[in-house]
Design a protein around this ligand. Sequence first.
Ligand code: MG
Length: 334
Amino acid sequence: MKRIRVEYVWLDGTEPLPQLRSKARYLDDHYSLVIEDWNFDGGSTNQGSLENSDRKLECVRTYKDPFNKGGLIALCEVAYHSNVPHETNTRHPLRALTKKHDGILVGFEQEFTFMDKESQDPLGLCLSPKEQGQYYCGAGSMNVIGRQIMCEFEKACIDAGIEIDGINAEVMPGQWEYQTKAQSPLKASDDLWITRYLLERISESYPICISYDPKPHPKFNGAGCHTNFSTALMRDRLNDKDIESLVEALSQDHSEFMKVCGEGYEKRLTGECETSSYKKFTSGVADRGASLRIPEKVSREGKGYFEDRRPCANIDPYKVLHSLITSVGNTLLI
Ligand code: MG
């Protein structure tokens, strides 16, 4: 009997940002493989207690496992054995909401920073950076750091079957970005979590760790997770009046939305370093200093998407999209 190695991956109950956990098992591959539910110790993941620790893993999406040929990665939701979703399961509410809304597409621009494991400083500080400017999309050993790890990451994404749109070195040395392909909110969020999982796994082989700190160094640009969003209607028509209604809806929910923009957002969203201030919602065509950017091409053509520049690198995409979809749901654009 053929047996398949399956790595079950789930989000734990760590606050404010869940950590990724995983464990593997071998499943018999009969005629077609069934990824059975599995059990874990929620008392060790902030999802239960010693006396009440059994929690259930329910596979919701599978990927090829780039680290084990022929194996699978199974992304799971966490539930009680009564089948009630666990309180830390932020995917479940988004799944329920998106059932009502077809045609939404989302792409993320995930920034992050390689940190030295021992000093916990950004890896790029060893280049003795004086100021930002030479590192963005840089080349050469004095201008870029961590490319080898990014090449490994890129290959792992492809091997897993995750489509990313691009990768670039960022403004601060040791800081990188990758862009995920525009997809349904649930798939885009699942893929984002699995790309983070792949990065974590690759980092185990180097003296580094991955930081999603929104402001890892006071002198340099912070790390965001700009969120590109469109509905089927917006891709067909997004004129000035539509944009006005969008701005009003997002502006109204601004302070609520900031709560899901990532712990420490106020350190990044200062109004400096290509950000807007967290204190006030702003919007503009081609404006990278605004909360909401309408791309120039979208404004010119009167259709397309918007870029929400508020989310920080350390967001939970399930929460961010739940909030954004709810806000856009108050317009006629969905
Ligand atoms: Mg960037």
